[in-house]
Ligand binder design. Structure first.
Ligand code: RIB
Ligand code: CA
Length: 309
């Protein structure tokens, strides 16, 4: 039986690869893709999501969500993903029409009407998820799991201690981690072990379909950022980890923990304070992924992309 999921994303190079992993999988039924401003503005990420769905030949609802974080100005990652959010990647044109923000209602409607519990897979800032949980709290019991990409036990990629998705909307993340809904957090600790190295990228270009060609372009462009700004000789598959956990949790090593989100610190806002083993006795509210079988992830990605258009 396929697991019913909703992917809330901000494509974005690695979001795009995560969508390919999900739509080409045997394990997931993607009920909807919703978009959240993050890597780029809502207009850009929604446009990219629609164009990616068309590229893959996928069929699902695509709905735009938050234009900005709950209580802060939007910080984008144009230095990473470019002015369009998908710079340097050939995607089919798609008539977007007028953008009416409706992701939260679409998510609520799907969850309400589903006979089974739904799994949420956020791979961008958590604004839409926080709004869903705040506006429709009765739906929490119908959410099986939130498998999110964000945060870190140690370090950050926007500040010394904050990861981008949490940093953009820490108030939203605080709501999500206090919600009581089961959470698996794929933070930088595990995503930096899911690096596709330069010499491993060519294989995606040999798949021979439009999605494989796009994946190769994405990796080349994403690599450009990492090679110029870090000592990594590859591209980090951040968002694919959140999808892969739902498909195949066995390839991960996770630890029970209590996670708090810093929303006020002058130097630490956006930090996920991860108390592994809940030493302070605040109650386990999440699992944190700390290790991944990267070869298994690569095989899953290759297999999924091979099944797309
Ligand atoms: O920190 C990495 C995260 O921020 C990924 O989700 C990437 O797409 C960006 O949104
Ligand atoms: Ca993302």
């Amino acid at each position: 039986m396929k697991k019913k999921v909703i992917i809330d994303c901000d494509p974005g190079y690695d979001d795009a690869l995560a969508l390919m992993l999900a739509f080409g999988s045997d394990e997931l039924q993607v009920e909807a893709v919703t978009t959240c401003a993050g890597n780029q503005t809502q207009e850009m990420v929604y446009t990219n999501a629609k164009r990616l769905i068309k590229l893959m030949g996928a069929k699902t609802i695509v709905a735009p969500g938050a234009l900005k974080p709950l209580s802060r100005g939007l910080v984008t990652a144009s230095s990473v993903h470019g002015e369009t959010g998908m710079d340097g990647v050939d995607l089919p044109d798609e008539d977007i029409g007028e953008i009416k923000s409706c992701a939260v209602d679409i998510m609520a409607d799907i969850i309400e009407k589903s006979d089974e519990k739904i799994i949420l897979i956020p791979t961008g800032p958590l604004t839409n998820i926080a709004l869903l949980l705040s506006i429709y709290p009765h739906l929490k019991e119908k959410i099986e799991l939130i498998s999110l990409m964000g945060g870190a036990c140690n370090g950050g990629n926007v500040t010394a201690c904050a990861e981008f998705n949490i940093y953009v909307d820490p108030e939203a993340a605080d709501i999500v981690f206090k919600s009581g809904v089961p959470i698996v957090m794929s933070g930088l600790d595990v995503t930096h072990k899911a690096v596709i190295y330069k010499e491993e990228m060519d294989i995606f270009g040999t798949i021979g379909n439009a999605s494989g060609n796009a994946a190769f372009q994405i990796l080349q462009n994403y690599y450009k950022f990492y090679s110029q700004h870090t000592d990594l000789n590859g591209a980090v598959m951040h968002d694919a980890c959140a999808v892969a956990y739902v498909m195949n949790p066995e390839i991960f090593e996770c630890k029970d923990c209590h996670i708090d989100v810093e929303t006020k610190g002058e130097h630490t806002t956006g930090q996920t304070v991860v108390d592994i083993g809940d030493k302070r006795g605040n109650g386990i509210n999440a699992k944190i992924a700390m290790n991944i079988d990267k070869e298994a992830l690569m095989k899953m990605m290759y297999s999924s992309i091979s099944r797309l258009l």
